[in-house]
Every structure is written in C-alpha cells, then in structure tokens.
Design a protein around this ligand. Sequence first.
Ligand code: PFF
Length: 442
Amino acid sequence: MITAPREHWGSRTGFMLAAIGSAVGLGNMWRFSYLAAENGGAAFVLLYLAMTAGVALPVLLAELMLGRGAQQGPLRALVHFGGARWRPLGWLFVGAGFLILSYYGVIAGWTLRYTAEAIWHGFPADAAAHFAQISAGPVAVAWHLGFLALTAGIVAGGIQRGIERASVVLMPLLFAILAGLAVYAATVPGAGTGYAYYLQTDFGELLSLTVLRDAAGQAFFSLSLGMGAMMTYASYLRRDADLPDEAVVIALSDFAVAFVAGLVVFPLLFALGLQQDVGASTIGALFITLPHAFAEMGAAGRAVGLLFFAALLVGALTSAISLLEVVVSSAIDRGWSRPVATLGLGGAVGITGIAAALDTAVLGVMDQIAGNVLLILGGLAIALFVGWSMRDPEAELAAGAGRVHWFFLWRGLLRFVVPAVLAVVLASAIPAALQSLRALFD
Ligand code: PFF
C-alpha cells in the first residue's frame, strides 16, 4: 500500500531527547531507587549497571538498528528483515505497548492530579487516606483519560511538530528540576543517613535470583525495551544515522536520572524519619510516603513537592508518548491517517485502562504481566532474531556508523548472554505473574 512519505526527526538532538524521554519515566524516579535500597544498595547499582551494559544495551542497539533499517513501525520491521514468520512478534510488541499504556496512564493520571493539587492547595496531611481516595474509582478514570488526552494531543502533532518539539522543551526542564532538587536534598538535615541507606553496600544480596530478576527487569523497563518503542523512534531516523554512540548516551542518561532521583528521594524521607513507611508497594510509596514528607515540610515542601511531581509528570508524559506512538505508527504503516489512529487507538487504550483505574490490584497484575513477562519475552525474541536469524546484521549496523570494531562482542552477547539471562528471568517471572493473575480472580 502506498502511504505518505515517512516522517523524519528534524535533528539528532531531537531524536536523542525523544528517546531519552521514552526511557526516563515513572520507572526511574522511584522504582529504581526503591529497588536499590531494598536489594543491596551500591552493590545493586553495580549489578544494574552490569545488566544495562551486558544485556539491555545490546538489545537497545538491536532495536535501533532494526527500526532505522526497516523505516517502518514494529509491526512490520521484523517482517522486513526476517519474513512473515516474525509477524506475531510485531503483534506482541503492539499488544504490550497498548497494555502498558493503559495502566501507565492511570499512574500518570495520579501524578497529574498531585501536580495540580500542589498548585491548588498543597499536600494533604493524611497522605495515605488521600491516596486511597483518589487512586481508584471514577475520579481516577477521569484523570487517566485527561492524561491520555494530553498524550494523544502531542502524538497527533506527528514526529517533528509533536513528539520532537515536546521532548526538546520538556526533557531539559526535567533535568534541570531534578538537578536542583538533588542539590536541595543535600542540604536537608539527615541527608547523610538517607544516602547511607540508599547506597549501603551489601554484596550478599546479589546472590539471590530475585535480585538478578529485579535488576534485569528494571533495566528493560527503564530503557523501554522489548516492545518496539526504541525501534519505532529509530524508524524515523534517516537510514544513514549513526547508532552505537546514541545507544550508549541513551542508556547512560537513563541511568543518571534514576541514580539522581535516588539522591533526591532518600534524604527527604530520612530527614523526616519516614523511611520505615517505605512499604512493600512501590507505587503506593511514591504517592504516599513522599507526599507525606512534603506535607510535613510546610511551605518549602509544597514547592519541592510541586517540582518533584512536575518532573515525574514530564517523565511519564514523554514515556507515554512513545508507548502510544508504537501503536499509532503501526496503524499508520497499515494505511491509517495519524489523526484517526491517534484518536481511535488512544481512545481504545483509555477504555482498556478503566479496569486499572477502578482497581489498583488489576493495575498491579497488568504491570507484572506486561513489565516482567511481555517485555522480557520481546527482548528475548529480538536477541534471538538478531543473534541467530537475521542475515548480516553487521552490514546493517555499519550503515551510518562505518566499521564497527566490537561487532563480535555485540553479536556474542545477543547470541548467548542475553538469551541466557532473560530465560532465567522469565522462568521466575512467569509463575509469579500467573499466580497474581489467579489471585485476582479468587
Ligand atoms: N521507560 C519507561 C519508564 O522507565 O518509566 C517506561 C516504558 C516506556 C516502558 C516505554 C516501555 C516503553 F516502551
């Protein structure tokens, strides 16, 4: 089918900021620091870095290469290189993007609401009761739909006028806010104990399988891998764009934001002695414990809290944009117009997400299935495809970059290391996800 000529990014910086925007999101600003504190502090940070470099980065580079080469969305990119038998994988990607956005929109809806409330009246004293009130039910549905409307508004603008323009404005804003907050957090009394808790080093923790799974899962989720988001963004690059350096910069920026977010969060919690409130629920902690801290801090807390949630909102928005673009670009490849695809599919995502907006238990299960299973499955398939099945990935990668000296290292990681690690992760994630799914219906 003949469609309009493919859009392209206006500049390399625009692409980079959009890709970093996809990576940096709800996953970085809380999940990472929480996992680090729970799983061995600095030792976990090192393991996470190893996972990022040895497992996630090779897959990121593979996704960028496939997207750039195919000049098509994820539904068609693998078919372009590998033939029709890879088509189901494209559907897995689009399905995962659809599912993730449908509950990500709910959490982002809470974030939008907290940001607005910080402006209107500050943070409530009883943060837990407030969260219980707003996290599920018709109000949560409304904020979820509001957030998705914002997301769809940007995606409808297209690559250059929508996504690139938003990323170029929003991402530097996020970096600036976060850096400012980290400097502020260093000055609060008790900051030292907060850092110590965050980065206390316990290498003993690293020996457990769950820690390995957490580190790998987090690396994938955080870099938006395993569902074609990076592939989609790369499909709007010109064929001769460079890739390996870009992949490294995206991964490093994502890590830097996650790490700095931890430097913001823990001093604030320790300054107020709230660390024991960091309970089992990661999502709840972000929306209960931190607002509690902001409420106790008075006027300064309101300003700091507003900035924190604004940064979180920016992160969520630029990630949600990439999730919607995966679905929309696939429809455009099949002949839909961008406005129709954005409205129709954005609307469908909104409706699906209502289930998560009405019940946080449903949201948790969706997160587990999508994040821990579908993304890892997608990453595994990409590694197997590029590692074993694709014809001459070296030539494809070299387009734009010139000769790639460490090609064998990359291919070797994709062939052996990535599949081995991801298979172990899946073996422990699938039973856990099935169990939560069953619990939901009991
Ligand atoms: N990377 C995002 C985060 O850390 O919040 C989440 C995400 C976005 C996952 C896009 C997957 C994706 F395709």
